[in-house]
Design a protein around this ligand. Structure first.
Ligand code: CU
Length: 440
């Protein structure tokens, strides 16, 4: 903060000094005659031009060199995706040509301002037209531009290609909303369910998922973006309110999220978070403590995380649209995915607004069969007789009747399957109420 104030004060002083010099020059002109003073002033300006040229070029080149290990594309920040290298090299080739032009034009600009300063009796050259010069300064940029554009197009087509038919990949979805990203994964079925904007309701159904579509039932919405290394990912990108932009800088992924117009990006992460950290650890810049106020805090490279950002200024909370991205091994990813809870089952199922609350879903039948089989295994291996009990949790009767409800069938099927598997097993059926009474 204080450094900032000093810099501002210095700049203000420099401006005041320049204004004062101007005033002094004016006064001197009145005393010594206009022309002499004018030429002296020209000479001084010309010298400043040269000084600025040298200082400016040195500073530009020094800062580029000095900060290169913080910039994407250089030092440890090589791209972490399969396509990223193509974009980086297109960028570097453009930088090479524009860099040469940048240096040459600046030298020419300030050198000529110095060389052709106003002198006593000096007259300007009259050169209305020079065909050779015009051909040169049109042809060279045209050829270079053609080369850059064609190369850029080739890279663009490669980077923007969609998944080919039957190509192995996974698909996830990212939806931008002021001011957060909703991430949606397809769950075990590998398919994202349908959405309908008419079903949108914050809290109950933030993405407008259609619960009558079975593909939606296992979709989950994690807090972080976790992906397996080396697997092609297609990200469906949508927005709920204004323009956002799905930006994964370390992977050179960037695509607008437009309300009402789904976009996508396909990329393959090639480095796990851990590998990227190891790469950073080889550079002195990343040995600094991650918390500048605490010298004992872990070094920067150890705390590095990939990030998902919004790269479209979308409102005052724009900066908060950040998520951590973790790239992990295939096994770690499988483990993580298994731990994720389906949004439907954890937040919608059985609630008043669940349109399928009266239905028993296939996904539940499968889950309950698994639970049932686990309970059977547990009872079989138990030693105490009171532990050799299996509870049939989902057997219901029709209201006011001794007839079994249709929904009970699958639970009895599970029991039949077990009895068939162990033909010698004998069981005793006991009513739950009696069982409860006995326990008292
Ligand atoms: Cu945004």
């Amino acid at each position: 903060m204080s450094t900032g104030l000093i810099i501002i004060a210095c700049l203000a002083l420099i401006v005041i000094v320049i204004i004062q010099i101007g005033k002094v020059t004016e006064l001197a002109a009145k005393i010594r005659g206009e022309e002499t003073v004018q030429f002296e002033s020209n000479k001084r300006s010309a010298n400043f031009m040269l000084l600025f040229l040298v200082g400016f070029l040195i500073l530009t080149i020094w800062s580029a060199w000095h900060y290169k290990n913080w910039m994407l594309g250089y030092g440890p920040h090589e791209s972490a995706s399969a396509h990223g290298g193509a974009l980086d090299s297109a960028f570097n080739i453009t930088l090479f040509f524009t860099g040469i032009v940048f240096v040459l034009t600046h030298i020419a600009l300030f050198w000529f301002a110095y060389k052709y300063k106003g002198i006593k009796g000096g007259v300007a050259d009259f050169m209305p037209h020079d065909t050779k010069l015009e051909v040169i300064w049109t042809a060279i940029p045209a050829v270079v531009m053609c080369f850059l554009v064609i190369r850029g197009l080739v890279a663009w087509n490669e980077v923007m290609a969609d998944i080919a038919d039957g190509e192995e990949h996974m698909e996830i979805e990212a939806t931008g909303q002021q001011f957060l990203w909703h991430l949606r994964y397809p769950g075990p079925d590998g398919k994202l369910g349908a959405r309908n904007f008419k079903l949108l309701k914050s809290g109950e159904n933030p993405l407008g998922q259609d619960w009558t579509d079975d593909k939606n039932l296992d979709d989950f919405m994690p807090a972080d973006l976790v992906l397996p290394v080396g697997k092609k990912v297609r990200v469906r990108i949508t927005a709920l309110d204004v323009l956002h932009n799905f930006d994964l800088p370390h992977f050179r992924v960037k695509m607008d999220a437009v309300p009402g117009m789904p976009t996508y990006f396909v990329f393959t992460p090639t480095k796990t978070t851990e590998e990227y950290r190891q790469q950073l650890s080889k550079y002195p810049e990343y040995q600094q403590p991650s918390d500048p106020k605490d010298p004992k805090s872990p070094p920067l490279w150890k705390t590095f995380e990939y990030e998902l950002a919004c790269a479209e200024l979308c409102g005052k909370g724009h900066f908060s649209m950040k998520k951590i991205v973790r790239i992990v091994s295939e096994e770690e990813y499988e483990k993580w995915a298994k731990e994720q809870q389906s949004f439907y089952l954890s937040s919608v199922r059985g609630k008043d607004f669940d349109p399928r609350k009266d239905e028993v879903l296939d996904i539940e039948v499968r889950q309950r069969k698994q639970d049932f089989d686990t309970a059977v295994d547990k009872a079989l291996s138990a030693t105490k007789p009171e532990e050799k009990v299996i509870r049939l949790n989902y057997v219901y009767y029709k209201t006011g009747s001794a007839e079994l409800d249709d929904k009970s069938k699958y639970e009895l099927d599970n029991l039949t399957a077990v009895l068939n598997k162990y033909p010698k097993m004998t069981i005793e059926l006991e009513d739950k109420r009696l069982w409860r009474d006995k326990a008292r």
